[in-house]
Design a protein around this ligand. Structure first.
Ligand code: 4NP
Length: 154
């Protein structure tokens, strides 16, 4: 089993959207049972909360499930339990390095999946209000990620 963890700040906007979108692609590709997906935040403000209403609305419009998803915080054991840890911005990356202690090749910056994009961090729709922009990045990046996992691990 290959385990993927998406990480953002609050675990209510970007990383749950990535989790839902990748899980949907895994289902379409009939790879359930081979890849698991989870998400977590570096902050603790929203523990136990469902995804933000902007993320929920966008996923509802596309019939992408987020059933049972509730926010949790990154744990030190996540570094043992997950094969890929994918963060949304530089601040997430430095917070993860503080939790882990030192640098770690296991951590991927999400926008490194999309090298041709000018943006180098996933903008935070909690502040921008632009959930559609994030969805476009999630849809494209998660397809790249799935191909990467297939090549590297399956
Ligand atoms: P996310 O967005 O990291 O994409 O889930 C945020 C959600 C909540 C907060 C910040 C960012 N907050 O400050 O509560």
């Amino acid at each position: 089993m290959i385990n993927v963890l998406f990480v953002c700040l609050g675990n209510i906007c970007r990383s749950p959207m990535a989790e839902a979108v990748l899980r949907d692609k895994i289902k379409i590709n009939e790879l359930e049972g081979q890849i698991t997906v989870d998400s977590a935040g570096t902050g603790d403000w929203h523990l136990g909360h469902p995804p933000h209403e902007g993320t929920r609305k966008l996923l509802d419009e596309r019939s992408i499930s987020y059933e049972g998803m509730i926010a949790r915080q990154v744990l030190s054991e996540d570094f043992t339990n997950f094969d890929y840890i994918i963060c949304m911005d530089q601040s997430n990356l430095s917070n993860l390095r503080k939790i882990k202690g030192g640098e770690d090749a296991q951590i991927i910056s999400y926008m490194d999946l999309l090298p041709n994009e000018t943006l180098r961090e996933v903008p935070d729709p909690y502040f921008t209000g632009n959930f559609e922009e994030v969805y476009g990045l999630m849809d494209a990046g998660c397809s790249v990620l799935l191909d990467k996992i297939k090549k590297e691990k399956l």
